[in-house]
Design a protein around this ligand. Structure first.
Ligand SMILES: *Cc1c(COP(=O)(O)O)cnc(C)c1O
Length: 381
């Protein structure tokens, strides 16, 4: 590692968060660990492995690529593909034993045909749109379409689910969605169609809507110890830290400017440090003149614009900060902390975007892995 920029992943924190989430659920509620987009930037395989050792029930992934990667790494858990898969990939769904999300009839027919050809049954989860306006059967047409799906002999309807767009800001709408979902379950039951699993709850559902748990929940963000909204009754610990080093320091005089656009002009003589991270690494350009970092035991301010692979920091009069000193961009040092939520609010975005966009080129160092995982990490990461 020549460039001093890395991510530390605390697998002990992940284990703690998973156990905390599990213990907040009723006994019969199972968990789909949502690990799409490289486990929100934390690294798909090591995160999945740790969760697997903890006995997670199900994995939720975004793409078929991620699902196949789990299978190729030997995972035997059930895998729900949360996104829509193109009908031309029905063969892969069967081959890798993936549970696809079904939201329209043509994909279901393609799956049914493939399964029939191989004399197999493909289990699917049917997604109903109760207000997200993205994937899934239109609520009003759900009864008719699910009736049609139930007639396809080589697919089995294992799950029924929906998704919340505004569980943080709009409890009335979220409760309305839960009611719609309940009503659909009853209507289907009366038509003799039932599902092994019904699920709605993302992280916010897990925390704030216990009546949305049904018998399966799909937490993502809270697994990684990040809060989807400020109100957080669960005791979670951040899993990810982002660290770099100072690669240059200089004194600049009053009136001199720092970085592109000359948006920062020194009002007096100051020491400036250059840190090895930039927007190409996923550190947002929108943080210009508006972020803190930790060096030694102090907060310092980012000054000027974020460059492609550099940022500059105002050291003020501080002269004991040196080249090769460690810099914390996200993480904790003694009693100082910068969370992904902090960086998101400075960058005017959401913590989901901060962690999931951290470049995959940044090495991930896995700490506190369980004994079982250690040899894998030595081999591959
Ligand atoms: C990403 C995702 C989740 C997890 O959401 P969090 O807010 O991270 O808990 C759950 N369900 C679906 C369908 C998703 O796409």
């Amino acid at each position: 590692m020549y460039r001093p920029l890395w991510i530390e992943i605390d697998l002990n924190a992940l284990r703690g968060n998973f156990k905390t989430i599990k213990s907040s659920l009723a006994k019969d509620v199972k968990v789909i660990a949502t690990i799409k987009q490289q486990a929100y930037g934390h690294g798909l395989i090591p995160i999945a492995r740790e969760l697997s050792y903890l006995g997670v029930d199900y994995f939720g992934v975004g793409s078929l690529e991620e699902a196949i990667s789990l299978r190729e790494n030997g995972f035997k858990e059930k895998i729900l593909a949360l996104s829509a898969i193109l009908p031309c990939f029905a063969e892969e769904v069967l081959q890798y034993n993936i549970v696809p999300t079904v939201g329209e009839i043509n994909f279901a027919k393609a799956l049914n045909k493939t399964a029939a050809k191989h004399n197999k049954i493909i289990a699917v989860h049917v997604k109903v749109d109760t207000g997200m306006g993205r994937l899934g059967l239109h609520y009003d047409e759900a009864l008719g379409l699910i009736g049609e799906l139930s007639k396809l002999k080589n697919i089995s309807l294992e799950g029924l689910y929906t998704h919340f767009p505004a569980a943080d800001t709009d409890p009335d709408f979220t409760n309305y969605q839960i009611n719609l979902f309940n009503r659909l379950i009853t209507i289907l039951k009366n038509a003799n169609i039932s599902f092994k699993y019904q699920h709605c709850a993302n992280s916010l559902g897990v925390i704030h809507y216990p009546h949305s748990h049904f018998n399966l929940v799909r937490p993502g963000l809270i697994l990684y110890g990040i809060k989807p909204s400020p109100r957080m009754p669960l005791d979670l610990r951040p899993v990810l830290s982002l660290k770099s080093k100072i690669i240059f320091t200089k004194k600049i005089k009053k009136g001199m400017s720092v970085s592109y656009g000359r948006t920062f002009v020194a009002k007096k003589s100051i020491n400036v440090a250059t840190v090895s991270i930039g927007y190409a690494d996923g550190y947002p350009w929108s943080l210009a003149n508006n972020a803190k970092i930790i060096i030694k035991d102090k907060f310092f301010n980012l000054i000027g614009r974020v460059c492609m692979d550099h940022i500059m920091v105002n050291l003020g009069d501080e002269s004991c900060v040196k080249i090769a000193d460690e810099v914390i961009l996200i993480g904790k040092k003694n009693n100082l902390a910068i969370s992904a939520e902090d960086v998101a609010s400075w960058a005017k975005t959401i913590p989901y975007e901060i962690v999931s966009r951290l470049s995959l080129k940044i090495p991930r160092l896995y700490k506190n892995a369980s004994q079982k995982q250690l040899h894998f990490l030595k081999e591959k990461f």
